[in-house]
Every structure is written in structure tokens, then in C-alpha cells.
Design a protein around this ligand. Sequence first.
Ligand SMILES: Cc1cc2nc3c(=O)[nH]c(=O)nc-3n(C[C@H](O)[C@H](O)[C@H](O)COP(=O)(O)OP(=O)(O)OC[C@H]3O[C@@H](n4cnc5c(N)ncnc54)[C@H](O)[C@@H]3O)c2cc1C
Length: 622
Amino acid sequence: MSASSCDVLVVGGGHAGIEAAWAAARLGARTVLVTHSRQAIGRLSCNPAIGGIGKGQIVREIDALGGLMGLVSDATCIQFRMLNRRKGPALWAPRAQADSHAYPAEAQRRLSELENLEIVEAGVDALLATPGAGRHRSMEGVLLADGRRILARSVVIASGTFLGGLMHCGEQKTPGGRIGEAAAARLSDSLRELGLTLGRLKTGTCPRVAPDSADFDRMEVQPGDEHPAPFSFLTTRISQPQVCCWVTYTNPQVHEIIRQNLERAPLYSGQIESTGPRYCPSIETKIVRFPEKERHQIFVEPEGRSSDRLYLNGVSTSLPKDVQLAFVRAIRGLESARIVQWGYAVEYDFVPPEQIEPTLMTKRIAGLFLAGQINGTSGYEEAAGQGIVAGINAARHAAGQDGVVLGRDESYIGVMIDDLCTRGLVEPYRMFSSRAEHRLHLRYDNADLRLTPLGRELGLVHAARWRRFEQTRARLDALMALLATLRLDGRPLIDLLRRPDEDGRRFILAHPQLAEFEADATLWGRALVQAKYAAYIERQRESIERFRALEHEPVPGEIDYAAIPHLRHEARERLAAVRPRSLGQASRVSGVQPTDITTLAVYLSARARTVGSSESVHDAAG
Ligand SMILES: Cc1cc2nc3c(=O)[nH]c(=O)nc-3n(C[C@H](O)[C@H](O)[C@H](O)COP(=O)(O)OP(=O)(O)OC[C@H]3O[C@@H](n4cnc5c(N)ncnc54)[C@H](O)[C@@H]3O)c2cc1C
């Protein structure tokens, strides 16, 4: 290791950490990524897949800002599918089956090409901060497990499931961050010493089986899309061949085996006390919670093009090994299955996210940023979305610049971070499109229009991407203008496109100038979405305007909520804990009611008048 000091130091080479390091280094910050193992950088701890509903949009947003995840996915994924195709295109979400060897290798290759980035293989045991108390402390650097120190103006912690990690498989408990990797034992204490509060969450994974022990003829085949859509706006075509996945189901016999062994399940014996993700429950939880269901779907997914493991998506479990083997072999197509990795659960420390600002900097310690699973989220995409924001803001903090906040009205990433900072959480957070109130605007197809100009302004979008974006935007504008002016049977084409089954191809006979646009399937598809949803999008734009008005109504940070007359006790407590930056954010704090917002707004305007009049007195006196 050569660096003893840097601008930005990132702890952890998971999906949040690599995105943070990529962003900070590309913004020109001297960046050091400290992680336990170089080879584990970008490893997919659980499901070998990127994207999905709500998550695919995040990957597109990361890419639009100039991030890494979309590029790595396009280069290495082995099956691409557009989800939600039966719903309107506004809810389509790209998802791809990842190759669990190729994905991390490509992420490592990309990072190794960055001039400003040094990777250090080590554990971080403690954080170094200036002396003092509370909000007046600032980050100075980190202490490594071998006693070395690296000084840094900004530190991003992206420690995933490793803080105080404890793995469970049946009655067996093993300290560790994930299978085969040691936990980070000391860093939690250092965070506590800095005054942060920690909580504990849990997640789990399924058993993996050997492909040559599965009978695929007894399962349903699930091919990828005929024309795979890339994640990155820079990728023109996915050229690698795609693989198949399969579908099978649990059955009453599987359920009975699990039911008979529930007292040996760490989730039900009291061995695991922390909360897991409700939307992604273990198979034992599904059977307890939905006793009437006769079967649950299982996606059987290869972990790579030439992998020796199949991932059984849908049967995450921490039951003992003998029970796992018995229930897996009761599943159709898996009667002779050989298990090559047992399912397990992991409990880990996280920092309840009311303690961070929407820039992802902690409220207590200037220059300390948190991103990914440590903020209570679950999932690679959620982690990466926070990683890019933390990387941008860590670089800006190191350079003495203000932080950047993504709004709920401009990105899913903004929705997620606002939810985390404002609403707090009681279980691991994952993104769904239903969390975004402006989801007709936050579509996967227009992520570049929403975010690439911001990425350019920040310096993260370099020349080639910007050129590509400007060309696309100009062509899209030209096509929309033609659709608005050209007519068929006396009606503007844009109106005809509102019919659900109209794909516009027939317009070309009458208007051959459209042919060159129609030849670009992606561009044509984008124009169709804009035309079909024009009325809804316009309505959403109006609601965004109203939302922005509240969002731009600032709430001073030093306000004494206890002193606000008529504010309910619960609202006082919750608002004091979160310290919202705007009336909009205050309205989303859990436990705060619309009447509280009215009370707060009245108080703020009275306060502004008082401050205003005392200022004019000062002015007059001066
Ligand atoms: C068993 C299991 C099951 C999961 N199940 C699901 C699921 O069902 N659905 C889902 O969406 N997500 C699941 N996940 C979560 C998913 O893996 C994470 O959300 C995602 O990887 C988080 O990314 P991250 O960057 O925050 O951390 P991680 O990807 O966990 O990476 C953290 C990195 O930081 C390094 N590190 C940690 N502490 C230190 C330190 N002190 N010093 C140096 N390096 C350090 C680690 O070595 C590691 O490389 C699961 C994870 C596990 C382990």
C-alpha cells in the first residue's frame, strides 16, 4: 500500500462500495477502497441476478448518472428479461440473470483501470475523528486491523452484512459476513463510540444444487427475451448468447417436512431475534404465514454460464442441513439433487437511517457517509444506488463543496434515500415501484433524460456518454415533433398513438420520413411510451409541481420542536429525531399527520415574520 492519505476512503468492496469508489475517483478525488479481499469485490452474496421491479429502474438511473452497475451487467449477464410486460410500459422493469464469476471479475477489471483509485486489501477496525462531541466532530481517517492508519477527508462505510455478522444454519451458529468470509468484528464498536446507534437485521439465502443432479425435463423452461434490452444507455446490443432458467414448485409433502421441523428452525426456535425482509421471506416463514397455499413457485437459475451451482430462487432457509436435503429432494425435478451449498441466514448490525442526511452523510460526524446494507436496505441495486450518491457527496465534501440530494420527483434513488432518512425502518428496505408516487415519470426508458444532465453537471458523465445522450435527445425531440405535426385521416399521429393497440408502424406508408426512426427500435419504443402516456404524464407533472412547492419550503435545522404551540407530542418527538430539511420531508415522517404540518407551517411563517422584522430593525440600526 502506498497511500497514507487520500480525499475519499471507501470501506467495503460490495455493490455500494464499488459504485462509491468509482464515482469518487471519476470525479477526480484521490480515492482508496479498503476491503477484506480483492477477489471478493463485486461478489453477489445471494441471488445471481441484477434488476427487477423497482430495482431495474435504479440500475438505469445509476447508469444515467455515469455509474458502473449497468455496464458490468451488460457485459456479463447471461439471461435478460423485461418484467411487467403485461402492464403498461411505464412499469416495465429490466432484470438479468448474472454470471456469479464473470460479474465480480468485470467490476474488478473496471475499477483497476481508474487512475485515481487505489485498492487496499485489509480490514478496517476503527474510524478516526477529531476530538469533541456530537455535531462538531469530523472524519480524519481509519485505522486498519494491522495497526496502519490512512487519513481521509471523507469516509464512506459500505460494510454490507459484515458488521457483527452471525450466520445460522440449523442449530449451528458461526460468526461471518457471508459464507466463507469473516465478519467485521470491531467496526461496530467504533461507530457506537462516535455516538451512532446500531440495530440488528437478518437476511437469508437458499441451498444451491449441482446442475447434473437436477432433472430439467420435469420442470418448466423459462427462456430469456428474444431481443434483450441492455441496462446501460451506452450499450447498443447484448451480443452474448443467453441461457435458460427453469420453474418448479413446492408441494404439500415439502410443506409437511418443513412443518414437522419448525422447532429446529432458528427463525422459530428463538435463535434468530432480528427482523428479516417481509417481501422475501424464508420458505419456513411462507409455510407458516400462508398455510392454505398448496404450492410456492421456485425459479431454478444457473449461477453462471459454466457454473456448477443452481440457485433455487424461492426457498431461502436456515433449517438444519438434514431438513434442507429432505425438502429439496421432495421437489419435482430435484428428487436426486446434490446440495453443494447449504441455505443459511445472517444477522448483522446496521445504523438506523434516521441518523443520516439525504446526502448520506451522518448527522453527527462531518465527512462520514454510510451506504448500502448498513443503512438497512437489502439488495445489490439499492446498495449501488446509495453508493453512487455517497461517492459523489464524499468527493464533494472532500473538495469543500455542498452535498447533492436526489429528489423523489426525479429518481427511484431519491425515493429510497428520502424513505430511509425520513420514515426509518423496522425491516430490511427494498425498492418497489409502488413506493414512488411519481412512477409514471420515473420510468426505466427515460432515466437518461432525468439524470444524465445532472451527472454531466457534477462531472461524472464524461464526453462520450454526453455526446451519445445529446444525439439521442435530439432524435427523440425530432421524432416527437413529427408525430405531433404529421396527420393521418385528419388526426395528428400523436393522438392516434393513444389507442392501446396502435404501434404506429402503419404511419410509415403515408409518411416515409418516419422510417429511419422506426428502424431504431429503442427510440421508437420511447416515443410510443411518451405519446401513449402523454395525458397521465402531464397530470403527474402538475402533481410534481405541487410537490416541489412543499419540498422547497425549508425547515430550519435548529428549530426547537418542543416550543411549537399546539404541535402534538408524538410529532414533536418524531420531527426532533429526524430534523427534516423541508415541509415536504416533514410531511413524510412516520407518525406526523397533515394537521401537524399545518401547525408547523403556521409556526414557520410567524417565525419568518419575526426574524424578518428583527432583521429590518438591525438593518435600520446599522
Ligand atoms: C446470506 C445473504 C442473503 C441475502 N439475501 C438477499 C435477498 O434475498 N435479497 C436481496 O435483495 N439481497 C440479499 N442479500 C443482500 C445483498 O447481498 C446485499 O444487499 C448487497 O450485497 C449489499 O451490498 P453492500 O455493498 O452494502 O455490501 P456487501 O455486498 O455485503 O459488501 C460488503 C463488503 O464490505 C467488506 N467489508 C465489510 N466490513 C469491512 C471492514 N471493516 N473492512 C474492510 N472491508 C469490509 C466485505 O468484505 C464486503 O466485500 C443477502 C446477503 C446475504 C449475505
